[in-house]
Design a protein around this ligand. Structure first.
Ligand code: PLP
Length: 394
């Protein structure tokens, strides 16, 4: 799909893609092509339109040169062939459901999944005649025992973006393939940079572009990426029927974030690792849930399958601190804002009550979990801020 030279490194292809779409006006900026209607030279062209043909422009909702440029870049980053854009990461998740499932089907969802995905499963089960069942994210090949003839889709999230368990992705996808069950991964945590889902047998990858791809905390968007063309067309058809589209203006914001994404990701990764190493030595912390640390379930799969971690990790505080004390700790941080949507420059923090979010796998910790997103502020300042807030716990 991408026209740039695939013998070059991904980072070079993203920064220097050499596929300017405006002949005669060569610039580094992605042109913003806005359209509702697209006009045709004659009726023979109109009658020859085919929604499956990506080379034809049909309607602004479906694709524009700007959105197509973004789709090509994203497919390249993820190691896929085809990408589709949705107006949020969550709508990418729902597009997968509506593209692939029908009444009577069964879907397996990891217990640690991004919680609106869980709400989606519950909604499908309640109102659409689809059974949604939750599984222990560390189940590995044991997922075979859960597969029924009606099972059509298995979701994965690697790692779960709050509790950070890293599943054995190839073990799960091997079982799924054996039983002809599709697999979809929410790969937002790795941005498609640190984990290549298609090399591990996954069929569909979802990215919340709202996060690292945008990098600006100012745009919402999501993508579904596949290697397989038939799967791509199924998701595309549902997208068309649901009237899902994205604006070229928003696409240009995401395109602007992509060239710097890897250096940002690596900077988040270095600072997060270093702060996590320090936090782990603190007596207030009972467990370090960062996949690069042995405390984190699935650490061995992280070492085997991932090339980096970015800025997001969680800690479990010692159970001697009450949830109210942990709330006060979070609120007393000055450089960490209370917020969910990570991937931008600013650091974030959020406490979670995990036991209330699970049904399949028991949660072994009694203390409160706090998720940190390490932004691009000076690392020593972030550490001093956490150190000062920890002192308020004493
Ligand atoms: C943020 C996020 C989403 C949803 O993205 P939105 O664009 O906010 O809808 C989905 N999955 C994960 C893991 C996320 O972090």
């Amino acid at each position: 799909m991408n026209q740039s030279d695939s013998s070059r490194a991904l980072q070079t292809r993203i920064v220097n893609p050499q596929d300017d779409i405006t002949p005669g006006f060569e610039s580094f900026a992605a042109p913003v092509t806005r359209a509702s209607t697209v006009v045709f030279p004659d009726l023979a062209t109109v009658r020859g339109l085919d929604w499956k043909n990506d080379a034809q422009w049909r309607y602004g909702l479906h694709a524009t040169p700007t959105s197509t440029m973004l789709m090509q870049r994203l497919a390249d980053i993820e190691g896929g062939e085809h990408a589709l854009l949705q107006p949020s990461g969550l709508s990418s998740i729902s597009n997968v459901y509506f593209g692939l499932l029908k009444a009577g089907d069964d879907v397996l969802i990891p217990d640690n999944v991004y919680s609106p995905n869980r709400d989606h499963g519950d909604w499908l089960a309640r109102d659409f005649g689809i059974t949604a069942r939750y599984y222990d994210p560390m189940i590995g090949a044991g997922i075979e025992a859960l597969i029924r003839p009606q099972t059509k889709l298995i979701w994965l999230e690697a790692p779960g973006s709050v509790t950070m368990e890293v599943p054995d992705v190839p073990a799960i996808t091997a079982v799924a393939r054996k039983h002809n069950v599709l697999t979809a991964i929410d790969n937002t945590w790795s941005a498609g940079l640190a984990f290549k889902p298609f090399d591990h047998g996954v069929d569909i990858s979802v990215q919340a572009l709202t996060k690292y791809q945008s990098g600006g905390s100012d745009v919402l968007m999501g993508a579904t990426i596949t290697r397989d063309r038939d799967l791509y067309l199924k998701i595309k058809l549902a997208r068309m029927r649901l009237g899902i589209g994205v604006s070229s203006d928003d696409c240009s914001l995401v395109l602007r974030g992509l060239p710097s994404m890897k250096v940002r990701f690596d900077a988040h990764d270095r600072a997060a690792l270093s702060l996590a190493q320090w936090l782990k030595t603190r007596s207030e912390i009972a467990a370090m849930l960062h996949p690069a640390f042995e405390d984190c379930p699935g650490h061995e799969f992280y070492k085997r399958d991932f090339t980096g971690a970015g800025g997001l990790f969680s800690v479990v505080f010692d159970e001697r601190y009450s949830p109210a004390q942990i709330d006060a700790f979070c609120e007393s941080l000055e450089l960490f804002a209370l917020g969910w949507s990570w991937g931008g420059a600013r650091s974030l923090v959020m406490p979670y009550d995990i036991a209330s979010m699970r049904t399949a796998a028991s949660w072994p910790y009694r203390g409160t979990l706090v998720r940190f997103y390490i932004g691009l502020e000076d690392e020593a300042d972030l550490r001093a801020d956490i150190e000062r807030a920890l002192a308020t716990l004493a």
